[in-house]
Design a protein around this ligand. Structure first.
Ligand SMILES: [Zn+2]
Length: 483
């Protein structure tokens, strides 16, 4: 009865982190207990330079599903905050005399409108679909907007008094922090800040000088509410962003990052420890997508012909726009995949080769393809009746999230590890359970139970204040239920 027709088995060894927790989302619990915030924001940052690959989608999907799990597990509001890194280098050129590299960001090269178009093209549809599939809202903020925020600039200025010490964790090989202040005239900046110098730093602001290939020496004054564009190198940017986030006790920020960031965050933590007391925000590292050599899947290395595509690497894994289907079907596949990983900390706090991901995706049950379905949990005795096609009326009270339920929708009923897919044929609203049983006929609600017993059972599940919301009779037809 019910049951998955193709159980997809993921086998993962234990590890220190997984061994310490029951649920993947328990990573959030210590800080939730400590500061009791009003909401949790799962923050993902993505460079907006071109079509995303599977690794990017994994991080983003994990953020939405972790937010969903946080709402459910901890009964606190949760959202996803998408940081669009429009300071990614768009172009790099060499100074003809010094051979120093100069770079221009996407924002400086393309402008605000084109950046917005890029975000819309590659991410808006995906995020709308993820929000719809998970019931989690999201916000988008570009790096350009963030660096302009007085809080961010103030946090940056506060680090300058400690630059002598933090420059070592931020640039361990030479201590030369890459602080890019683009030329106000052309927007190009020294990639490695060779000739960028901090002249004066105080509580109100800081003065820098730098050199442009075309426009010579220039000065930039940075204050919290005005002054030049602040393009910080990756580690420095994360330090400032995380310190700003760590001060907010109303919204707890949780950084969701690809697994390779676990190495980089060690240096961010070193810098944190050298600054006045603030703990870094919680971070969740998502599974990496690996090739057969054990290296992280790199689209650019394959495109440049430096490595062959690894076994099992489907075109859509390298470029998600090659997915053979619409955005909703891609999101449904990802939600299914990442949910399997999240189901056990051992499956989540690890990495996957393209070959293993291909095996898992190929074994994906047919019931999960092509249909966007609401999920509803059922007690075993009711689930078995639905899965056998004997229960054709499901009863719920009229919670707000069911307001839009209509004929033509799909519901996936879940009981433990079993699920079955149904189609909604009709939704009828009643004032009470009694009225509903009279209207629908008790046999359609439960063929094995007399009317008065059904009434008693259902009122044990829903108290009078729930019944007062109104009662929904949902006529369903069984679509997929493996025997
Ligand atoms: Zn210039």
């Amino acid at each position: 009865m019910g049951g998955r027709d193709h159980p997809v088995e993921i086998i993962s060894p234990n590890n220190v982190l997984a061994n310490a927790m029951l649920r993947t989302v328990d990573m959030v619990r210590p800080r939730l207990q400590a500061i009791n915030p009003e909401r949790v924001a799962f923050c993902v940052g993505t460079q907006i330079n071109g079509a995303p690959h599977l690794g990017t989608s994994l991080v983003q999907t994990a953020a939405f599903l972790l937010a969903k799990a946080t709402k459910r597990t901890f009964n606190v509001d949760a959202v996803v905050r998408f940081g669009a890194l429009d300071n990614a280098p768009y172009d790099v050129r060499l100074d003809p005399e010094t051979h120093h590299a100069y770079q221009q960001t996407y924002f400086h090269a393309l402008g605000q409108d084109a950046v917005t178009n890029l975000i819309d093209k590659y991410y808006r549809g995906l995020f709308d679909s993820l929000a719809d599939a998970t019931g989690v809202d999201y916000e988008v903020e570009t790096y350009t907007t963030q660096q302009n925020d007085p809080g961010f600039r103030h946090e940056f200025l506060a680090t300058l008094g400690h630059l002598e010490s933090i420059r070592w964790p931020l640039a361990p090989s030479h201590g030369q922090v890459h602080l890019r202040l683009p030329c106000p005239q052309c927007g190009w900046a020294e990639k490695r800040a060779e000739r960028t110098q901090l002249r004066r730093a105080g509580s109100g602001g800081a003065d820098f000088t730098a050199v442009c290939t075309d426009h010579g020496d220039y000065e930039v004054a940075v204050t919290s509410d005005s002054g030049g564009y602040l393009d910080l190198a990756t580690l420095y940017r994360n330090l400032v962003k995380e310190r700003m986030a760590a001060r907010d006790h109303v919204t707890l920020s949780v950084m969701v990052k690809g697994g390779d960031w676990a190495y980089g965050c060690q240096l961010v933590d070193e810098a944190f420890a050298l600054l006045p007391g603030l703990p870094p925000p919680p971070r969740i590292f998502t599974p990496m997508v690996l090739t057969d050599t054990g290296a992280k899947l790199s689209k650019s290395l394959i495109r440049e012909g430096k490595v062959p595509p690894p076994p099992g690497a489907r075109p859509w894994m390298l470029d998600v726009t090659s997915w053979d289907g619409d955005t909703d079907s891609y999101v449904d596949a990802l939600v299914w995949l990442v949910s399997r990983m999240l189901a056990d900390p051992k499956h989540f706090y690890r990495s996957y080769t393209t070959q293993e991901l291909d095996r898992i995706m190929t074994a994906r049950p047919a019931a999960t393809t092509g249909v966007r379905a609401r999920e509803m949990n059922l007690y075993r005795r009711y689930f078995d009746l639905v899965a056998a096609g004997r229960k054709t009326i499901e009863v719920r009270v009229c919670y707000p999230n069911l307001r839009n339920l209509a004929a033509g929708d799909h519901i996936r009923f879940i009981c433990g590890r079993d699920d079955c897919l149904t189609g909604v044929k009709r939704v009828t609203r009643y004032a009470s359970f009694e009225e509903m049983l009279d209207g629908e006929g008790p046999d359609n609600v439960n063929p094995d139970s007399p009317r008065d017993q059904q009434l008693a059972n259902i009122r044990r599940i829903y108290g009078p204040e729930k019944e007062a919301l109104g009662v929904l009779a949902i006529e369903i037809e069984l679509l997929v239920s493996a025997a």
